[in-house]
Design a binder for this molecule. Structure first.
Ligand SMILES: [Zn+2]
Length: 307
């Protein structure tokens, strides 16, 4: 029997009950979660299988970014600390003077590297367009804060039963496609806005970027760790200098971990990031190409500014 056994010291299932399992193993077959069980028992019954070691890690669904513009990373660095008006003028350069499909592909490839290394396994790419007909509310706190364009009252919306899911927006407006940062800001902002430290607890914030995000996009097969779901998963190291000691995995993910603590990432059952190394994209080459594309984008912005 072929398959992959993924072990971890804890599992955040991301179901509505916010279940946390202790040391467990998840059996993946044909890209689908086939079984979940206690770690030692699963190792014994599946001793023939390859094991992905998640010792010291918490296993949770990969982040699902409900609103981003992948290729806008070409403009990263050209729109910092400027007014919303100037931001829009510069980023609209992409539509006035369209980038070639090759440049867009370059941006997307580097963006996918950033996403995967940070534990994001699914994203709704809005390309260069900011508005959409999406029925869900995508909360992109880093972008909203950075552009000072207002923060939605998310804690109140959740209380009223409104579906709110996390996103990053593009790297030009948010600075990074970092979903963990988005999750942390969602929790922290809610506390600050409501002046209540109990608003949007850690596990609730994680659900906004996993199960709730999947539901918002209509992706029913991902966003939770359950038998029959697609295996889009991440393992976050809770034994790092930033996250140790081991205690309350959900809170450690939200309040302590950084994207660099994402150790392994699995997409459709395939291990795409192993020990913090991306196996599917040549990151060095992708970033070198991104620099070339960014230099061309900067020239477009400079030309528009001069005209
Ligand atoms: Zn946007």
């Amino acid at each position: 029997m072929s398959g992959l056994l993924v072990g971890a010291d804890a599992v955040l299932v991301c179901d509505p009950d916010e279940t946390t399992l202790g040391a467990s193993a998840v059996l993946i077959e044909d890209g689908v979660i086939a079984a979940i069980g206690e770690l030692d028992g699963m190792r014994a019954t599946h001793s023939d299988l390859q094991v992905l070691d998640g010792a010291g890690c918490v296993l949770l669904p990969g982040w699902i970014n409900t609103h981003t513009h992948l290729a806008m990373n070409i403009f990263r660095g050209l729109t910092d600390d400027v007014t919303l008006e100037v931001f829009l003028q510069r980023s609209v350069a992409a539509e006035v003077d369209p980038l070639t499909p090759e440049l867009v592909a370059t941006g997307v490839r580097a963006a996918l590297a950033e996403c995967l290394l940070g534990g994001t396994t699914g994203a709704l790419d809005m390309y260069f367009f900011h508005e959409s007909a999406a029925a869900h509310i995508a909360h992109c706190p880093a972008s909203n804060l950075k552009l000072a364009c207002g923060i939605a009252p998310v804690a109140r919306m959740l209380e009223e039963g409104v579906d709110v899911a996390c996103g990053t927006d593009g790297a030009a407006s948010a600075g990074a496609l970092d979903m963990l940062q988005s999750v942390r800001l969602a929790a922290l902002l809610a506390k600050g806005q409501t002046q209540s430290p109990t608003a949007i607890p850690a596990y609730r914030a994680i659900r906004m970027a996993t199960a709730d995000a999947a539901r918002a996009l209509g992706w029913e097969a991902v966003g939770q760790i359950a038998v029959g779901m697609r295996a889009d998963l991440q393992l976050i190291d809770l034994g790092s200098a930033a996250t140790a000691p081991w205690h309350d995995p959900a809170a450690r993910v939200v309040y302590s971990a950084g994207a660099y603590d994402v150790r392994h990432v699995i997409v459709d059952g395939a291990v795409v990031v192993r020990d913090r190394e991306l196996r599917t994209i040549d990151v060095t080459a992708a970033l070198a190409d991104l620099q070339v594309a960014a230099d061309q984008a900067a020239a477009v912005v400079a030309r528009l500014a001069a005209s």
